[in-house]
Ligand binder design. Structure first.
Ligand code: COS
Length: 386
């Protein structure tokens, strides 16, 4: 049913097949119970690491797989059609902390953190948001103060995906002083690890969806961070975070396309089986029209995402494209899963069928890594920036 809108190379098709097989054998039997128990299985990370899936866009020189963005997103979509929680774990790790280290890390930082992350030995996380700084990310208040060669960090980060298991956390903190606030330019990026004194994992969120991906608060209380954990330049952390989110949003779009594709497949199969008024409900135009619209929107989302991915691989500026892909794919995921629940009727509203979970999982794609409203702001602003 899912045809490739962008012709894939043999290598891309083979990595896609590896992801599909992995999802069918290693994830599908457990997805339902992990969702029910809100359980994250760390063994999966080791297995994905063995496949190279935790270093997908990291060059081989740093122990990664070294594939292009399209290959990565095609594999991510396959994982997301089966388990959107594992997909977001992969997306965050591959799009945000590893890319930040690759782009702005020193050789010593790459040796120490990036290489084991690419091998799947250390899982990465990204800590930008705070309890009072979400869409307005530049208003974050976690403060970093120099102390000799070290930095002392105080503050709370919120909505950190993989936060309980994150072993390398790229955290943004203010390095400007209270009497000389510099807005977005007063923020720097730090490589934080859970062994630092003053680091604690706080509240684990009890979420509507993506229940097998742990989301937590992190507390930094007089946390002493060695000077060599600063990433790049002082004052550039917000820019690094924004540039990285341009990539991250492609990952979330791929996750959303996967969720929508899964909902479409389940709904189409159910409509062929379910009989009412003496015939399968797929014989009714009311259902056919829904399925046709679902399939069209999934295809459009995938096409835009693949176009954005190839633009990125050509080195083009993708801020607008990436926000468009995320906006279209996430709103498609929410709409398609809603239609799928409707096609299932009462059976869609209970946990006996996967569309109930897909509906819950879809919602957050319209919220995290920038809400749909923020994507519209970015898209509109870019219209005037050329
Ligand atoms: N790439 C590179 N640089 C970027 C950028 C991007 N995509 N977006 C912004 N910047 C730069 C700007 O160019 C500006 O740099 P200068 O200081 O050199 O002028 C700086 O960052 C500040 O940008 P801006 O003034 O646009 O910041 P705002 O406070 O207006 O915020 C939005 C912009 C709303 C787009 C940003 O806060 C945002 O994306 N919010 C959502 C945050 C988010 O996605 N959080 C989810 C985290 S994961 S749960």
């Amino acid at each position: 049913m899912a045809w490739a809108l962008t012709p894939l190379t043999e290598e891309q098709r083979s990595i896609q097949a590896v992801a599909r097989d992995f999802a069918a054998t290693e994830l599908a039997p457990f997805t339902e119970v992990w969702d029910r128990d809100s359980y994250f299985d760390p063994a999966i990370i080791g297995k994905l690491g063995e496949l190279g899936f935790l270093g997908m866009m990291i060059p081989e020189q740093y122990d990664g797989l070294g594939v292009d963005t399209l290959t990565y997103l095609v594999a991510l979509e396959e994982i997301a059609t089966v388990d959107a929680s594992i997909a977001v774990t992969l997306s965050v790790h591959n799009s945000l902390p590893t890319q930040m280290l690759l782009k702005w890390g020193t050789e010593a930082q790459k040796e120490r953190f990036l290489k084991p992350m690419a091998r799947g030995e250390l899982l990465g996380a990204f800590a930008l948001s705070e309890p009072d700084a979400g869409s307005d990310a530049a208003s974050l208040t976690t403060q970093a103060v120099r102390d000799g060669g070290d930095w002392i960090l105080n503050g709370t980060k919120a909505w950190v995906s993989s936060g309980t298991k994150g072993e390398v956390i790229l955290a943004m903190a203010r390095t400007d002083s209270p009497d000389d606030r510099r807005g977005a330019r007063g923020i720097s990026a730090f490589i934080v690890t859970p062994d630092l004194p003053g680091f604690t994992v706080g509240k684990k969120e009890d979420k509507m969806g993506l229940r097998a991906s742990p989301t937590v608060q992190l507390h930094f209380s007089d946390m002493r961070v060695p000077g060599d954990r600063l990433l790049g330049q002082v004052g550039s952390g917000f820019i690094y975070a924004m540039q990285s989110l341009d990539n991250g949003r492609l990952g979330i779009a791929a996750q959303a396309v996967g969720i929508a594709e899964a909902a479409l497949r389940h709904a189409a199969a159910y409509a062929a089986e379910r009989k009412q008024f003496g015939k399968p409900i797929k014989e009714f135009q009311a259902i056919q029209f829904k399925l046709a619209d679902m399939a069209s929107r999934v295809a459009a989302s995938r096409a835009l995402l693949h176009a954005a991915a190839t633009a990125k691989d050509r080195g083009e500026h993708i801020t607008q494209f990436s926000s468009m892909a995320k906006l279209l794919a996430s709103e498609t995921a929410m709409w398609v899963t809603t239609q799928a629940v409707q096609i299932f009727g009462g059976y869609g509203y209970v946990k006996d069928y996967p569309v109930e979970r897909l509906f819950r999982d879809a919602k957050v794609t319209e919220i995290y890594e920038g809400t749909s409203e923020i994507q519209r702001i970015v898209i509109a602003r870019e219209l005037y920036s050329r």
